[in-house]
Ligand binder design. Structure first.
Ligand SMILES: [Zn+2]
Length: 337
């Protein structure tokens, strides 16, 4: 017998793509649509979103009464209470009332969170942090950010800005960051920072197999560094291990602050996790307060890029409303506040 599941729409609003999925309470994807993001104007963004959700609903052919709401994961600065994207440079949006627009059009409840928080929620409900009360998701991509679940609640802060892990300093006189601080973690560990460091070192004459691409006139990216490292290039391996040690220093700060149980890493840079993750773990083991770090699981995401869209729908599977359904999955009930 098939158990009837509640469903929610998850929408991952990115600078180049909109990913929408209809996801069940047990994490099954009923239907999924990906579209390019039109960002010439607010109206075009709105049309892209409506078009994507409409297609999703047409494809899914489910009873609308089963859909609990629309959850949105967005980059940028958001106001989750007002359901407004305050500023998202990659989408060209400012004070964009996405919640009101969607609630009015679809007559469904809408929830909004930032993309790192969405991924944290997805890991909490369905991924590496399932059944845990204390979990931190860290994304290492062009920037570095975190979504923090502490004592069974998502930590948002006063203005939805909690989790700016990339802008915590690990060096008080370090590299100047655009945020105004010095020594921000992401200036040493983001995808952009890894490439910058590689170029700086190559310019000083350090030897690396990366030079064959530079001689060809190719612009080095993290993909080249990943290939070089996997082929045994000591320069690239050392660079990635150093990134791991710096991330490990930051992770120790998080564990010491939040006494967390699980740290999950995602983001494009984690495609090189075989070089980075062991160095993170070693640094945590070596320098963390023993009784706090000894049982912390440090893992790579198993949900990958789908964490954003899944966590967006998961906003409807973490609150009191889940109690009304007798078929509620007990493991997910344990996440209720
Ligand atoms: Zn900064």
């Amino acid at each position: 017998m098939t158990i009837r599941q509640d469903l929610a729409i998850g929408l991952d609003l990115g600078g180049t793509k909109i990913l929408a999925a209809l996801i069940s309470r047990d994490g099954e994807t009923v239907s999924e649509i990906e579209n390019e993001t039109s960002k010439q104007s607010k109206e075009e963004v709105t049309n892209s979103i409506f078009h994507t959700i409409n297609r999703l609903l047409e494809n899914a052919k489910v009873d609308r009464k089963r859909i609990k709401g629309i959850g949105i994961a967005s980059a940028g600065i958001i106001d989750s209470k007002q359901k407004v994207i305050k500023f998202a440079s990659n989408l060209g949006l400012e004070n964009y009332p996405i919640g009101a627009l969607l609630e009015c059009h679809y007559e469904l409840p809408v929830q909004l969170c930032n993309d790192a928080n969405a991924s944290a929620i997805a890991e909490w409900i369905w991924g590496a942090g399932k059944g845990k009360e204390n979990l931190i998701y860290i994304t290492v991509s062009t920037g570095v950010g975190a979504g923090i679940i502490s004592n069974g609640s998502l930590v948002t802060g006063t203005s939805d800005s909690a989790g700016e892990f990339g802008h915590t300093s690990i060096m008080h006189q370090g590299i100047r960051c655009e945020c105004g601080n010095r020594g921000c973690l992401e200036k040493y560990t983001s995808g952009t920072a890894i490439v910058n460091t590689a170029y700086q070192r190559l310019l000083t004459g350090e030897e690396s197999s990366l030079q064959k691409w530079i001689f060809d006139g190719t612009t080095i990216t993290n993909k080249h560094i990943a290939v070089a490292a996997s082929e045994g290039d000591a320069f690239s391996i050392n660079l990635l291990q150093e990134v791991g040690r710096i991330l490990g220093t930051g992770v120790n700060n998080l564990i010491h602050l939040f006494n967390t149980e699980v740290i999950v890493f995602g983001g494009g840079v984690m495609n090189m996790s075989s070089f980075i993750l062991p160095a993170i773990k070693e640094t945590v083991r070596q320098y963390g307060i023993f009784h706090m770090v000894k049982d912390v699981a440090i893992e790579k995401t198993i949900l990958g890029k789908r964490g954003g869209v899944m966590g967006a729908s998961g906003l409807f599977f973490t609150n009191e409303s889940t109690k009304e359904d007798a078929t509620t999955n007990l493991k997910i009930l344990s996440h209720e506040k």
